[in-house]
Write a protein that binds this ligand. Structure first.
Ligand code: BDR
Ligand code: CA
Length: 319
């Protein structure tokens, strides 16, 4: 299995990315860092811990990282994920901080130590704003050559979801995203909205989860979360076919890259203060002649994705 560090702002779709990491046989989840994004750092940390507990995941710590973006003020996504960041169910336990909170070091120290000491190359999957990762590569540049791959859910070639131009994770902290893209990391993959909007947690998907996940309380927890996520997508965007399950798609890239189409190109982030703030400028036609720095995924095999995603949920329910 590939050793993976997960950086996240749990979040409905982050929660499923976490479960995929913990229960897919080709991933070994080393640790988790939380970042402010969908909700406050306090809430995203609590949410990560609550999901670990609910799924009976042992031996994984959650390290709280950045509590705000590098430059901008925080603009959380309560309209999409609720005030807690993970609204919609009463089946999540109260967080057991004593067992799961990493208190021996800061998040970026924990990631650095894992990168510097692991015998096998470590992959980072980042599915929230990139603040922690920008701090990591800025404070400890020696880790850059040690990052085997960074798989990011973020950005868009075309549509934005937070402004007309920008996707949430990048919009929340554009400066951080730009630092990460320019850091010289050997393999950055980005799963943009253009791809995640093909992976919808539709009614049929939710029914399948209900049927296949054998433990009724855990199945209810999952379907509660997906219903809530779907309902906010309908309220906010008028999208009736189910919420796009963004974050687990970036996790799936780690072990089934062959299910994706991708193109290597130069990507930069608009950090100007105009209407395009936070936009990922994807140089699809190489107009800038700048060196490519990012594998932008352009499609994924959706059926294959759901098979592995639901397979992981079925495994999670057994423990
Ligand atoms: C991204 O923003 C968050 O709401 C989701 O968790 C995902 O990471 C999608 O734009
Ligand atoms: Ca997220």
């Amino acid at each position: 299995p590939t050793p993976v560090w997960l950086d996240c702002d749990v979040g409905h779709d982050d929660a499923l990315a976490l479960l995929l990491a913990a229960y897919h046989p080709q991933i070994k989840l080393l640790g988790i860092s939380a970042v402010a994004g969908n909700a406050s750092l306090r809430n995203t940390t609590a949410n990560a811990i609550r999901v670990l507990q609910a799924a009976g995941i042992e031996g994984v710590k959650v390290y709280p990282g950045a509590s705000k973006p590098l430059v901008k003020p925080s603009e959380h996504a309560a309209d999409i994920h609720g005030e807690s960041g993970l609204d919609g169910t009463d089946l999540l336990p109260e967080p057991d901080y004593e067992k799961y909170l990493g208190t021996d070091k800061k998040a970026i120290e924990a990631i650095r130590d894992v990168l510097m000491t692991s015998e096998e190359p470590v992959t980072i999957v980042a599915v929230g704003p990139l603040t922690n990762i920008a701090l990591l590569v800025s404070v400890y540049p020696e880790v850059v050559p040690k990052i085997h791959m960074l798989s990011v859910m973020g950005g868009a070639i075309a549509l934005g979801n937070t402004t007309a131009a920008a996707e949430f994770n990048i919009y929340f902290d554009p400066e951080a995203a730009q630092i990460v893209l320019q850091a010289g990391i050997g393999h950055i993959a980005m799963v943009p909205l253009d791809v995640t909007h093909t992976v919808l947690a539709s009614k049929a998907v939710i029914e399948r989860i209900n049927k296949e996940v054998a433990e009724p309380k855990f199945a209810k927890l999952l379907t509660d979360l997906l219903w809530f996520f779907g309902s906010t997508y309908e309220d906010v965007f008028g999208e009736k076919d189910g919420a796009p399950l963004h974050d687990p798609v970036a996790m799936a890239y780690v072990f089934m890259r062959d299910a994706f189409s991708e193109r290597f190109m130069h990507v930069s982030v608009d950090c100007s203060q105009g209407p395009c703030n936070g936009r990922t400028v994807c140089d699809v036609k190489n107009k800038s002649k700048l060196e490519p720095n990012c594998y932008i995924t352009t499609a994924v095999d959706v059926d294959r994705f759901w098979d592995v995603m639901i397979g992981a949920l079925v495994e999670a329910a057994k423990s």
